[in-house]
Each structure stands twice: as C-alpha cells, then as structure tokens.
Write a protein that binds this ligand. Sequence first.
Ligand code: SAJ
Length: 419
Amino acid sequence: MSFNTISVIGLGYIGLPTAAAFASRRQNVVGIDINARAVEAINRGEIHIVEPDLDTVVKQAVQDGFLRAATQPVAADAFLIAVPTPFKGDHQPDMSYVQAAALSLAPVLKKGDLVILESTSPVGATEQMAQWLAEARPDLAFPPQAENPDIHIAYCPERVLPGQVMVELIKNDRVIGGMTPACSERACELYRIFLEGECVVTNARTAEMCKLTENSFRDVNIAFANELSLICAEQGINVWELITLANRHPRVNILQPGPGVGGHCIAVDPWFIVAQNPELARLIRTAREVNDAKPHWVLEQVKAAVADCLTATGKRASELTIACFGLAFKPNIDDLRESPAMEVAHLVAGWHAGTTWVVEPNVDAIPAKLAHEATLVSQEQALQQADVLVMLVDHHAFKAVSGDRVAQRWVVDTKGVWR
Ligand code: SAJ
C-alpha cells in the first residue's frame, strides 16, 4: 500500500530535507510550518536554511509540483513530525512543540494513517504523543490500547550530520521504533521510498533511547578530550600531540578538544537522559558540565595571555587588540547558533578593556549578539595587527595559514591549528 500524500510537520534543518527527499522520489509532499515566511519561501522554490545541495532539490521538487508548503495541516496518509524539542531552564525537555504539532494534525487524521515522531525526545514521548492524539480523536483507535489500531505510530529518529544532510539522510541506516510490529512495518515502507541504508526495527522506547545514546556517547567522548586539554595545560603537555600518540594504540580513539560543545543536539540531548534518570546518569551529567565549562576556562587562558602581554610590552589593556578566529559551532559551516566560539568571543569582548576583533570567513556581518562589543575583520588584518590571537574553530581557511606565519607571541589555540 503506497502513500498518496506525505506530510512533514516542521520545515527546519531536518523536516525540509526529509520533505525534499520524498518529493525528489516523485511523492506528493505537503510541508507544514507555523513560520509563514518559510512557507512562502519554499513555495517560491527557495530555502530559508543553509545546507549544501538542499536548494537545488527543493527548487526542482517545487517546480515539478511534488512539494508544497502550508501553515495548516491538510489530510495525508503519513505525517512526520520534525519540530524542535529544546530543554527548559531546568534542563527538562520541552515537548510543547511536539504536542502542538500532534494537536494540529489530529483533526485531519483518518483511519489507516501513519504518524511518525522524528524529533529527539525523552523515553516515553511516542506513547505520550499517541495519548494526545487519542484524546483529540476519540473516534479513532490508537496503539497501544487498540489491538488493531486505526492509526499506526512510530518513533524514527534522524541522525544526519549538519553539512552532510542530503547524503546522510539517504545513506544512513534508520532506526524504526514502531508502537507495534505493524506500525514498524508501515514506517519501513515509508522510509524505503528514499532510503538506501537499512531500516533497523525495534520498539519506540528503545528507538527514543538510541537517539539520546548516540549523542551522549559523542558528548562524553568530547568531554574526555576537553578534560585532557585542561590537565595537559596544567602539566605543560601538548594535548594534540598526546592524543595523536595515544590514538596509535589499536583500541584507543580519542576525539578532539575545542572551545566547548555546540550545535542543537549534542549539547542538549544528554540532558534528556539526565532529566529522566538524575541519580543514575552521573557520567553523562558530568560530561555536559565539563563541556559547558570549557568556554569559561578558555576565557581564563585569554586573561593569562593578556596579562603576560601587558607585562612584556608595557602597554595598557585599552591599547591591546584581541582577535578571535571563528564563530561557527563547528568547522566550515556558517551556523553560529549554540556555538561555544560565539560564547568565548562574547566573554572576551565583555571582559576586555581594549578592542576585540572577530574573524569568520563564513559570514558577511557581525552577529547581533556581538555587534556592540566586537568588529568583524579580515583574517589578514587580524594576523597582521592584533596583539593576542584566540583560535576557536578549525575552519579550512585558518588551517591554510602556516603556524610560521603567525608572528604573535600570545596565542590561545583551542583547536591546535597553529601549534
Ligand atoms: N566537537 C569537538 N570535538 C570533536 C568533535 C566535535 O569539540 O572531536 C564539537 C564540534 O565542534 C561541535 C560539537 O562538538 O561544537 C558537535 O559537533 P558534531 O560534528 O559532533 O555533531 P553535530 O551536532 O553537528 O551532529 C550530531 C551528530 N551526532 C553524532 O555524531 C553522534 C549527528 O549524527 C546527529 O544527527 C546530530 O547531532 C543530531 O541532529 O542529533
């Protein structure tokens, strides 16, 4: 049984590429988003987010009539929910967008439909969503209560890497967590429309935990590298050399330290495990704390470099220029949201009595958060004129500069680029 219409609710970094992937396989897709400007842009064949190759796929799909966007759900045979699940002030998951999405599609649900939750969610979220739908539509039978439910429900997390979404969406294996085996089977049918990777079937709770586990694994491993960088600084050891040496061991594979952990997933998802298991998730919580503390440690390093520079040069702090290299949350992207580099630049500019420059080859204008405290300058200007350099993101453009060309004596290099 095929799907006449597929609806994707939430047209952000995951929803829009997913909608485009189905539409590129000549499926009739309706994308839903509460952001009217995003909807208008998509209906013109344009995109409102930055992701390689997404623009051409969306443009073609809209031109060919397979993809359109709207602000209100319409009837469809499959609904995929890909809305944000941030955490609240106390690190508790905020499921209000998922609830709003579920309630908005409930009126158009009909017997035989499939509803998939893709948003990163705490364990039990899919059951909760089924309950919200059941309450809104008492005329329909939902899992797990009904033996032969009218609606199929599954949790199928996305696991694509920003910057490589259009490739990973198709190639990565997909975890399919149906609320019943029949729900899983129906969800597999849907993803097989574009998926070249395997559909790996489990239940909804395991699938929810699997997504959280993947990102927590990475967070814990990055925290290990970040903790090593603190210890090595104290011991006068080059942490990058140390990691390269240790990684020569056949069973050791340490990740890279940096200014902290950014993005919208790895710095968020482990908290969902901690929130549900506060007594048990000790390592996962500590990893989050280690990574979140890193920008403040980098500021202390900058303060020490500046103090040394002032003593050596006899200048006043107000006469010094500090240049921060990189603002993005990881290399070679223009995404500055939830970026530890941005946080460090902001901390430095807020503390420093003199001039703060930022160099970010992937943006044209200084972000609003830094507008009143720092100036965007070229890489050359910063290399030639700044007194203290702070390396925050290992962009290609920065790595292309050989360490020999860096004349400054005071360099805080969080990525080991100019070591
Ligand atoms: N980072 C380090 N050191 C490293 C690797 C990364 O400091 O050795 C930092 C990056 O600079 C960045 C942060 O970690 O600030 C996260 O970057 P990332 O490349 O590790 O991951 P994301 O956030 O772009 O995407 C992750 C991916 N998850 C995993 O690799 C387990 C992706 O597959 C998920 O789909 C995505 O989260 C998501 O949406 O959950």
